[in-house]
Design a protein around this ligand. Sequence first.
Ligand code: ZN
Ligand code: ZN
Length: 346
Amino acid sequence: MTGTLKKIKLLNPEFPNKATGVINGKASGILNWNDIAYPQMYRMYQTLLANFWKAQEINMQDDIKQWDHLSSIEKDVFLRVNTQLASLDSLQTPTMTQVMDYVTDPSFKAIFAVIAQQEAVHNESYSYILSSLIPLSEQIERFNQAKDDPIVRKRNQIILIAYENFRQEPTPQHLFQLAVQSINLEGIYFYAGFAFFYHLARQQKMLKTSTMISYIQRDEMQHAYFIAQFIRILLTENPELNTPENIQYVYHSISEAVELEKEWARYILKEIEGINLEEFEGYVEYLANKRFRQLGLENHYSGRDNPMPWIHVFSDEMMNETKSDFFEQKSRTYTKVTESNGFDEL
Ligand code: ZN
Ligand code: ZN
């Protein structure tokens, strides 16, 4: 089963509705959620929908008032981080949509569609934050800065190579590599930025922005978890992909992303008082271990504990427990979270 994956025909009535494989399977193209190959995917889909939110629900007035009281360094880092995170999310929407064309199982297609939609919301939320704080001319400048920054380019490169390889040559091997890099993007790369916003929040600064960031984080954790499940299924169904080289690729790629995230943190957070960079490095390793375990692999770094428990306070697990808007303590009635949504901490 080497060779290029074919774009799947929309409808194949001669095949069953329940797919015989996540890729290269037989599937009619019709989705009945009650008749799917991996029933747990229905729960995954429901959890993603339960997370539904949109930027306009959050009133930015308090942050607008506080913005002028931030130091110039805080403002600069705020804007750099915002546009850099927006740049990452911009890659995710089209990539998730593209993967849908090659995955045979319709339940996975549906989940990729929801993830693509959520990435679009994330993208919008960064623009929404910016539009309430700075004029368009400055936004344009900041987005250009994010495109040109050599450290940002360097860290995006490993993601882009894998994503472009799959675009040019959609093979199972490239799909596997794309999925691993997607875990890096969603499960490692956002966290220096998140740490900065939560650091402001614990000083009671820019809480509306942090509320949005916490929703994005909750989505990203769920995406990274789903992609890890997807990789495990892909490797189990296609043993020719389950090679020592590919397992090595996982360890190598995630470790590389960890180093790049540390480098970015040292650069972007160096003048922010109150964030201990050594602690942050431990936090990224802690996150990476979590990703390895979700993939069914061993911890790669020593130390299983979260060295930045104050980030955990803002984490999705915590918000799911409170079942309310974490920062505003306002019930979000449409978020129906159940125990089964729990994030697999292992
Ligand atoms: Zn996102
Ligand atoms: Zn995502």
